[in-house]
Design a binder for this molecule. Structure first.
Ligand SMILES: O=C(CO)[C@H](O)[C@H](O)COP(=O)(O)O
Length: 232
């Protein structure tokens, strides 16, 4: 395990201490969330009773392998807690998510939860969001027009943006669990995350974007000198 991976594991295990019997849990996606799922599996095998809603097919598969009971938001529309990773977070608990392409389900699950704990290694904590390209999930229909609308929205907020369609490992266009494309939007820095979030959400071809504003209630950040909590 690399040092960074060990920090991800520490963050995931610290968040797991907030999981108690009977909870309905949103389960995140990504390499940090893998540690969460493994830790959760161990606790379930040790007698913890929870039910989880996975935020991606990848997480669902791993959770099943770990023996974690799963449900859906149709059966269980209200969750107690979601624990998920992030690509960037600031001290106001604003996030960029979607590096793993699961942002749509991640946002739906987080919004259905009373609380959301972000798990991250220290490199994810930034003063201002935007060095990490913002993932935007885009419908295939009208793809080119939607890209123009994203650029225009950024310009109206006084920001330059470079858009890049995400490719899968085999070079083919990346397709999300919902069947859409992902466009990674490089702003360098997002000056007004909330205004950008609203502007992008207002574009019809944008299915969802990776700015999570007002969803996370706490974050656990693991650094080489220890684990710190924000917002707890
Ligand atoms: O938003 C996500 C997936 O869509 C992940 O939470 C985010 O990309 C962080 O991933 P990792 O834990 O692998 O660094």
């Amino acid at each position: 395990m690399t040092d960074t991976d060990d920090l991800k594991r520490q963050a995931a295990l610290a968040a797991l201490e907030h999981v108690t019997n009977g909870m309905k849990l949103g389960i995140g996606t990504g390499s940090t969330a893998v540690h969460l799922v493994r830790g959760l599996g161990e606790r379930v095998r040790g007698g913890l009773h929870i039910v989880g809603v996975p935020t991606s097919e990848r997480t669902a598969k791993l959770a099943r392998e770990e023996g974690i009971p799963l449900t859906t938001l149709d059966e269980t529309p209200h969750l107690d807690l979601t624990i998920d990773g992030a690509d960037e977070l600031d001290r106001s608990l604003q996030l960029i998510k979607g590096g793993g392409g699961a942002l749509l389900r991640e946002k739906i699950v987080a919004a259905a939860s009373d609380r959301m704990i972000v798990i991250a290694d220290g490199s994810k904590l930034v003063d201002r969001l935007g060095a990490f390209p913002l993932p935007i999930e885009v419908n295939h229909f009208g793809f080119g027009a939607t890209l123009h609308a994203i650029e225009a929205a950024a310009h109206r907020l006084g920001q330059q943006v470079t858009l890049k369609r995400r490719l899968a490992a085999d070079g083919a266009p990346f397709v999300t669990d919902g069947g859409h494309a992902i466009v990674d939007a490089s702003f360098g820095l997002i000056r007004e995350p909330e205004a950008m979030s609203l502007a992008l959400a207002a574009i019809p071809g944008v299915v969802e974007h990776g700015l999570f504003i007002g969803l996370a209630t706490a974050a656990v950040i693991a650094r080489p000198d220890g684990v710190v909590w924000l917002g707890a």
